[in-house]
Design a protein. Structure first.
Length: 63
C-alpha cells in the first residue's frame, strides 16, 4: 500500500478518491470540499485538497 498522494502528506493511502490513494483525513477534507463546492459555498479554486491530487486522477488529465 502506498502513501497518500496529496503533496507533502506522509500518511498511508488507506482510502481512495477518484481511484487516487489518499489518507483518511484527506479523503474527509476532499469530501467536505466537494460538498461545499456543490452547495456553492466555495469556488472551484478553493478546493485545495482536491487540487492536490487532481493531476493524478486518470480522467482529469487533458490530452
Ligand atoms: Zn493525506
Amino acid at each position: 500500500m502506498g502513501n497518500c498522494k496529496h503533496p507533502g502528506c506522509k500518511e498511508l493511502g488507506t482510502h481512495t478518491w477518484a481511484l487516487v490513494p489518499v489518507c483518511v483525513e484527506h479523503r474527509k477534507a476532499i469530501k467536505l470540499e466537494t460538498k461545499q463546492y456543490y452547495l456553492r459555498k466555495i469556488s472551484y479554486q478553493m478546493r485545495t485538497n482536491y487540487m492536490g491530487i487532481m493531476p493524478l486522477i486518470p480522467w482529469s488529465r487533458k490530452e
